[in-house]
Design a protein around this ligand. Structure first.
Ligand code: SF4
Ligand code: SF4
Length: 379
């Protein structure tokens, strides 16, 4: 379980091909956001706080598939918003699967059971269900009682029909290491999901709750404390072992923001899924015209505490390909949970935060207003 062999082999071969071709800025996972509208309003979410003109926008099937072709990444993650609210999600997923790309459809699962009939089980499709802990923690994190039970019922229904299911969780400082470990045990032993994707929350400037994001030191200690509590259960993560080792403070990594490029209703987002500081009209323009050195931990204040998988998993994958024996050692022994941590990046030279987002959203909103709207939710 975890990442299927066919996917690991394809992604590995893709990275080797890109390296042999001398390319340095290649994507691994396309973050395709066909809409921002959601049926929840989680306090830690920085994605849904837009006005209606933007929340009503959708990327069409053609726009989605064009982005997939333009970018060429072997894996496509469909976050949102809630992708199952998109009326054409079936055609979007089918088009990507037909291209033999691995799709992760990220969902809070409130609509999943009702919409399972739209999809067919295949190794190319994984439902990545947003769960932020066991019942009390999850319902609090998404600010709606009953969501955990519905998501868990949907996961069981999807597994029973033969779908691949992944649990996608974001950690804040509200959970103890014991609670996280108990949650991972539940996902592995009771839900029987294929894998868990875990990341510390990123402090989106538009997220309503700014108080519970983890800083780097606390993140690393939390992951060490969690990994210490494995108790023989073999948790399956849909992430590379070196990314987990990084979360436990054992790797000094810089992010690779172009590894997970984002296409949404505004265009190609600069520089990454987490920070919206401008938009490019094409994937090529994003790669070629973004001044990547302005971003990343140590370069930019907003990046100081970021350890999120969309920035650091591509770094870990590249490191795995460069140092397979190191990766094998960590895979066999698990991430180290004591001893000194790898040195962190010096923040002395970082440029101050530039608060461009509000102005940018205002301008993009008025542009969006002028375009024809695609209306109607499928919920
Ligand atoms: S379910 Fe996901 S997209 Fe929707 S509000 Fe929560 S975090 Fe945001
Ligand atoms: S550190 Fe990298 S991935 Fe994280 S917000 Fe900054 S640019 Fe994005």
């Amino acid at each position: 379980m975890g990442i299927p062999f066919i996917q690991m082999a394809r992604v590995g071969a893709y990275v080797v091909r890109k390296r042999l071709a001398g390319e340095t800025h290649y994507p691994l996972v396309l973050m395709l956001e066909p809409l921002f509208r959601c049926n929840l309003a989680c306090p830690g979410c920085g994605k849904i706080d837009y006005e209606d003109s933007i929340l009503n926008r959708r990327l069409s099937v053609d726009e989605c598939l064009q982005a997939v072709d333009e970018c060429g990444a072997p894996v496509v993650s469909i976050p949102g918003g809630e992708p199952l609210l998109h009326k054409e999600i079936q055609a979007i997923v089918a088009g990507i699967v037909a291209r033999k790309k691995f799709v992760y459809l990220c969902t809070n699962a409130l609509l999943l059971e009702k919409k399972l009939h739209l999809f067919t089980p295949t190794p190319y499709l994984t439902f990545s269900v947003h769960l932020d802990g066991l019942e009390a923690e999850h319902d609090k994190a998404v600010n709606q009682p009953g969501t955990f039970k519905r998501a868990v019922a949907a996961i069981r229904a999807a597994r029973a029909k033969g779908f691949r299911v992944n649990v996608n969780c974001t950690l804040f400082d509200t959970m103890t290491a014991e609670e996280v470990a108990a949650f991972f045990d539940f996902c592995t032993n009771s839900l029987d999901v294929e894998g868990i994707t875990v990341s510390p929350g990123y402090a989106y400037e538009r997220a309503p709750d700014q108080a519970h994001f983890l800083n780097r030191t606390r993140t690393k200690q939390l992951f060490r404390d969690v990994f210490k509590r494995r108790n023989g259960t073999r948790w399956q993560f849909s992430q590379s072992i070196l990314f987990l080792d990084f979360l436990a403070g054992n790797q000094s990594y810089r992010c690779t923001p172009w590894g997970n490029p984002t296409r949404n209703v505004f265009g190609w987002q600069r520089p990454c899924y987490l920070l919206g500081e401008g938009y490019a009209g094409s994937f090529r323009e994003l790669i070629e015209d973004t001044d990547w050195d302005r971003y990343g931990t140590g370069n930019y204040e907003k990046c100081a505490d970021c350890m999120v998988h969309c920035g650091y998993e591509p770094t870990a994958v590249n490191d795995t390909i460069s140092h397979p024996l190191k990766a094998l050692r960590v895979a066999l022994l698990g991430p180290r949970t004591d001893g000194p941590m790898a040195p962190d990046i010096d923040l002395e030279g970082q440029r101050p935060a530039d608060f461009v987002f509000e102005g940018l959203v205002k301008r993009l909103s008025s542009e969006v207003e002028e375009r024809p709207r695609i209306r109607g939710d499928a919920a």
